[in-house]
Design a protein around this ligand. Sequence first.
Ligand SMILES: Nc1nc2c(ncn2[C@@H]2O[C@H](COP(=O)(O)OP(=O)(O)OP(=O)(O)O)[C@@H](O)[C@H]2O)c(=O)[nH]1
Length: 324
Amino acid sequence: MALDIVVLSGFLGSGKTTLLIEWLRNYSDGNVGVIVNEVGDIDIDGETVLSADNSNPVTKLPSGCLCCSLRDSLVDTIFSLLRTQSENQGKTLDRIIIETSGLSLPGPIVASLADRELLELGLNIHIVSALDCVNGIKNAQASDEVAAQLVAAQRIVLTKLDRVDAARIGQVGQYAAAINPMARVISEPDKTAAVKEAFFGGIGVTRQNLHEFFFFDKPTARNPHPNVKVYTRTLAAPLDWDAVARWLDDFGFYFGERLLRSKCILQLAGQADPVVMQSVGHVYSQPMVLKGSQSADSQFVFIFRDVPEEEFETLFRQIDAVRI
Ligand SMILES: Nc1nc2c(ncn2[C@@H]2O[C@H](COP(=O)(O)OP(=O)(O)OP(=O)(O)O)[C@@H](O)[C@H]2O)c(=O)[nH]1
């Protein structure tokens, strides 16, 4: 049985706890573990979630940031939640939601989930980011952490829609699509419907959701962030698998933490179906064969922080060596 892990991110006060409580109240049945992390010493969020919902086990992580000091504690906490639940109630958790502190970077958190024992359980990782319609753009412009949270997300949920007008909601939605063209932007005033879409949507890629996977809606806001840039490329020639896997490793290693997110559909020599590789930060997930895809070209989307296009282009061009 696979374990779904939802990493719920978003800036301080963006509405993460509100979304989490809404989801727990409507869609959980004692089968969800919740991990709450705050940077400061006072864990208001953990207390709020506990008081709103007592049917699911909630664990409050000690003070500190999940992406910096608490990475080992996270894996221990997940195992301890899984053990406690099955010992006490005989139920198995099928989903764990991690509410990160407003300043955590998703990349290192996902990297710390790449624990051998944990991976053996079969993980589905979902990254959901809350974007507040009142202050969200300002916060993302000012903070690289917030921008990284949006870039890593598969789902960006707009919050506080009731506090702004329709034009503003449209503007924030366009901003989200521009900073992360791969995410689905959920702009839904009904919170119950919004969390259903945000927390249940899987990240598996199929022929049917290929468009969503490469969500190339034409962004209307150009250069949405001063330091974050989205680069896309298409290649016609087939690639050699061993060589392209090495190239991706080197590419990720070179850019390190400046690589925030990537998705690649690779057309390989001698293979009818393309292979999908994706990373949050520079940690790549397992390759996945995309059955029945119509696409004939390899496609690449990379989102970086502080990488000028010339530098990206120089490194990307090294892929020429792995074309057949
Ligand atoms: N009007 C309105 N207020 C909201 C909405 N979502 C959240 N809030 C309010 O915004 C404040 C912050 O919401 P939280 O859900 O605690 O935000 P958070 O992201 O968990 O906050 P931190 O844990 O501090 O990072 C609270 O007062 C919420 O009641 C919304 O959709 N509309």
